[in-house]
Design a protein around this ligand. Sequence first.
Ligand SMILES: *Cc1c(COP(=O)(O)O)cnc(C)c1O
Length: 350
Amino acid sequence: MVKMRPDVPAPALRLGFDPDALKANWQALDHLSGNARAGAAVKADGYGVGARQVVPVLHAAGCHDFFVAHWSEVPDLLDVVAPGSVSVLHGPLTDADAAFAVACGVKPVINSLDQARRWLAAGGGRCDLMVDTGMNRLGLPLSQIGDDLLASLDIDVLMSHLVSAEEPSDINPIQCKRWRDACAVIPHQRSSLCNSAGIALGSAYHGDLTRPGVALYGGVPREDMAGTIRQVVTPQAAIMQVRDVAAGETIGYNATFTAPRPMRTGTIALGYADGYLRLWSKTGSFHAAGQQLPVVGRVSMDMTVIDLSDAPNVHEGDWVSADYSLPEASAATGLSQYELLTVLGRRFGR
Ligand SMILES: *Cc1c(COP(=O)(O)O)cnc(C)c1O
C-alpha cells in the first residue's frame, strides 16, 4: 500500500513579497530606459526573491526578455514564459548545453568563437552575443569582432556589460564607444549595454534593450534612483516563544548580551542558515505593531532573539518583519545589496 505523504505545514518564516513594488520598479526602469525596452535579470533564482514568483509579475507588466546565468535555471522558467524570451548568460560551455538550448528553444548568450562553433555545430538558431568591452571576465574579445564566423550566427541581442555604472567613471564612455563599434560591425537585431545603474547614464547607453536586475528587487545602485525604487522583499518570521528575562541574565551563545533590566523577549524562527547573518547580532532590528524590536544577543543558526519589552501587544505566534531596506541594510552591514538579496535561504516560504 502506498502511503500518502502528508503536506508539510507552512514554515514559521517567509519572504514578504510585494508584487506591486516589483511591477512599479520594472515600469520605472522601463520608463528611464527611454526608447529602449527593459528586460530583466532573473538569475540566481530572481536574486533570491524566487524566479517563479517574479517572472510572471514582470511578464504581466510587459517584460519580454529574461536573463539567467546557468542552464540549470532554465526549467524554472519554461512553464512561465515563452522559451524564446529566455537568455542564458554563461552560454554553451559544453555540447550538452548547446543541445539543451536547441531542445528547449531558449537563447544561449555566445561569449567566444568556441561557443559560436559549438552552437552552430548543434544546429544553431537564434542566439545573443556578449562582447567584452572592459570587464575582462566573459565575452568575445574586441580583437575578434571582425571574425567571419560571427556572420553565420543569427544574433538577436548584441550586448556588453558595464564595469562601473553605479559611479562616475572614465571607463563608462570608453565601454559605450567600444560597444557601439562592435554594433557597427556585427549583424544583430537589438543592442543592449545597461544593467540597473547603467540605465541612469542616459540615452547614449540605452540601445534597444536594458537589463536591470538588482533595482527590480529593491536595490538602489545610485543615489539618483533612491526616490524611484521601492522595497520588494522583507524577511518575516513568527515568534515561537516569549519569555521574561531577569536583569543580569544573558541571552544567546557566548553570553554577548546581558539584560540591563527585566526584559520581555521573543524568539523567532530565523537564523544565519536562512541568510539572516550573524553580523546582524548587534545592528539588526525587526518591527511589528508599529514598534521597533532590536535583536539581542547573537543570531544563531535557526533562531534570533528580539526585544519585546516595549511591545506588550506582540505575542507568541505573531509575525515580525526584519528592517531590511537594501540601501540601509547595506550601509549597516557593509554587504552589497546584491549579497543581501541572494543570501536569503531556501527555508523561506516564497
Ligand atoms: C546580472 C547582470 C545584469 C543585471 O545587473 P544589475 O546590476 O543587477 O542590474 C545585467 N547584465 C548582465 C550580463 C548580468 O550578468
